[in-house]
Design a binder for this molecule. Sequence first.
Ligand code: FPP
Length: 257
Amino acid sequence: MELKDKIDRNKLPQHVAVIMDGNGRWAKKKGNQRIFGHQNGVKAVRETVEAAAELGIKFLTLYAFSTENWKRPQNEVNALMHLLISTLNTEIKTLQDNNVRLLAIGDLDSLPANVHKQLNNTIELTASNTGLSLVLALSYSGRWELLHAIKNIVQLACEGKITPEQLNDETFYQYMQSSFMPYPELLIRTSGEYRISNFLLWQIAYTELYFTPILWPDFRKEHFFEAILDFQKRERRFGKTSDQLVSEVTPNANNNS
Ligand code: FPP
């Protein structure tokens, strides 16, 4: 039986987020420049998108470039921007073939104009696709997103359009850029690092975390399916006890209500 067939299609996470890490180390191990790792990471992106689409997952968010990544050497930043443009261009067919809609979160205005243009172009071309929503986090950080939401709320409060009483977990999320998607149920990080690195900070409060030593350029569909299978074994308690969960699924036989 193939790994994919072991997956329970009724227990799929709706939203999977991925921290794609290890490109630089992968390239170094092969005696190459860091950008060689990023270039080879594109195949892993394609495989992951295809795997998520095949399973029928609704949202896949990939951490492609963080706010902090701007601090990398200029030649690496330039090469990554270049790679983004060329990948968005060459992968349009993969997106269309798999009925994938592209979206983006982050400080998109800070991207070079040609990246922004290619991104918008791909977003428009795939806008009517109804399968997986692939969300690229670009010039993104969780703190940036939170601050952005808070600034909007403070502005509205100054204009008398919102009061503190109107804010709760749900209404606050509506002010965040990624409120169009549910919170991720599974977060995968490659390369054996055990960090969140400023990704989706508000959203991951109850997300299941999955760490794998595989370096991103080596990540394939089978690794994605392994992560989903691992997720399906977890007991998600959301602060409740294990016994409470059992009684919710199997109501007391004497309870006639
Ligand atoms: C982290 O590895 C990876 C990145 C910062 C960039 C990810 C980009 C790609 C996979 C290329 C194309 C992506 C898309 C979505 C078109 P690292 O450089 O931090 O690796 P290291 O930790 O080994 O140094």
